[in-house]
Design a binder for this molecule. Structure first.
Ligand code: TRP
Length: 389
């Protein structure tokens, strides 16, 4: 089989001329260059490249000289695709891709319908059940849904051409005032009647996610928003999941957010994130359990660094205590863009620490595609991004 290269991609920059690059050509080139970082071969690249292009449908052919077809909330510049690399010890990182399949449709209801049909096509192709999604469809796809999203999917791009599939839904589809009720009812229908009561106090529920397809232990995950979070708050929230190393959560928060210990104070006691809020994610796998089986802390590092070289330095520092190196991350950043890391901020969107029962901790870097725009380096003093109350 012929290797898929950027120039062979339909609509890619070199094939169509620099001013005519398409969204599809841009993200396909990135996927092809990222694949070897995650141990994927040419056949995997071709298979996953096709899946990505098909699910972007009309948007794949849209030139980047036009604005995005819809203001996707996946990325700050509205690219409807985001990559991530998940690191564990002693193995190649896993490459994942997050996609808004209905991005070509202008309205949330239409986008949701396209999203559902894309997932059902995937289910037919890879022979998995959509029963979990069907069970909650009416909750997340009302007649007149609110935004900012209807359905996203993420694929964990495993060697062999069959991905792990995750579906992201919007608990505020029937309005933010109904989000808590929607999350509770969805958890109940999905077989987790005790789960809602195990969640921390929430300022909002941005997503709920379902693992579909082949997973060792499929999870239902609830994302929770925490404005003005401190490292101590993060450690306290992590206690909702029994048996995890709380000090790892504190250290991760401080290294990712760049909060320093004020003299005379306990580590992480007071500094709070004032810009984009941290998120936590709570995973449920066992319907009889009264507590979650997994906990993830997401720090939106892009709002707390000057530029991406600083974000990379933070990532490097926080990978080290886990015995993980940053060389794959550096390769991934050069696979995404030729720009200098000091020339923008947001290429590394989030850094996350995930704990799951019976598994090694995982560090994930969420990587922007920057198809439409690069955010200029931050000029405000960074100390205004964090506070001592
Ligand atoms: N762009 C959105 C945000 O920053 C949603 C999002 C995309 C997100 N990738 C993410 C949220 C990774 C958490 C982690 O919130």
């Amino acid at each position: 089989m012929k290797a898929l290269s950027t120039s062979a991609a339909p609509g890619a920059a070199s094939a169509a001329g620099p001013g005519r690059t398409t969204l599809g050509g841009h993200v396909l080139g990135q996927l092809v260059r990222l694949a070897p970082v995650a141990g994927l071969n040419d056949a995997d690249k071709i298979a996953y490249g096709q899946v990505l292009m098909e699910s972007l449908s009309d948007s794949a052919h849209r030139p980047l000289s036009l604005p995005p077809a819809s203001p996707s909330f996946i990325s700050d510049d509205h690219t409807p695709v985001e990559f991530s690399l998940a690191f564990t010890r002693d193995a190649d990182p896993h490459l994942r891709v997050l996609v808004e399949p209905g991005c070509a449709v202008g309205d949330v209801a239409g986008s949701g319908r396209v999203g559902l049909s894309v997932i059902r096509e995937m289910a037919a192709r890879w022979d998995f059940s959509t029963a979990q999604l069907d069970a909650v469809e009416d909750l997340f796809f009302p007649a007149d849904p609110q935004g900012p999203l209807a359905l996203w999917y993420a694929l964990e791009l495993r060697p062999g051409g069959v991905p792990g599939v995750k579906v992201y839904l919007n608990p505020s589809a029937a309005g933010p005032e109904n989000a808590a009720r929607t999350v509770r009812e969805a958890l109940r229908r999905l077989g987790h009647p005790h789960a809602f009561d195990a969640l921390p106090v929430a300022a909002g529920y941005p997503f709920i996610a379902l693992d579909l397809g082949s997973w060792a232990t499929p999870r239902v995950k609830v994302y929770v928003k925490h404005p003005r979070m401190s490292a101590d708050d993060a450690a306290a929230v992590s206690r909702t999941t029994p048996g995890l190393a709380e000090d790892q959560v504190t250290t991760f928060f401080q290294l990712a957010a760049g909060t320093v210990q004020p003299p005379g104070r306990r580590a992480g006691e007071r500094q709070r994130l004032l810009r984009r809020p941290a998120l936590t994610c709570h995973a449920f796998t066992d319907g009889k359990a009264t507590s979650p089986s997994g906990f993830t802390l997401h720090i939106p590092v892009r709002d707390y660094v000057r530029d991406d070289s600083e974000a990379l330095a933070r990532a490097t520092a926080l990978l080290r205590p886990f015995g993980m190196g940053a060389s794959a991350l550096r390769r991934a950043l050069s696979a995404l863009t030729p720009r200098k890391l000091t020339d923008g901020v947001g290429l590394i969107a989030y850094l996350a620490l995930a704990h799951e029962q019976h598994r090694q901790p995982r560090v994930t870097a969420y990587l922007s595609s920057e198809a439409y725009a690069v955010r200029p380096p931050l000029t405000l003093p960074l100390r205004e991004a964090v506070s001592l109350p």
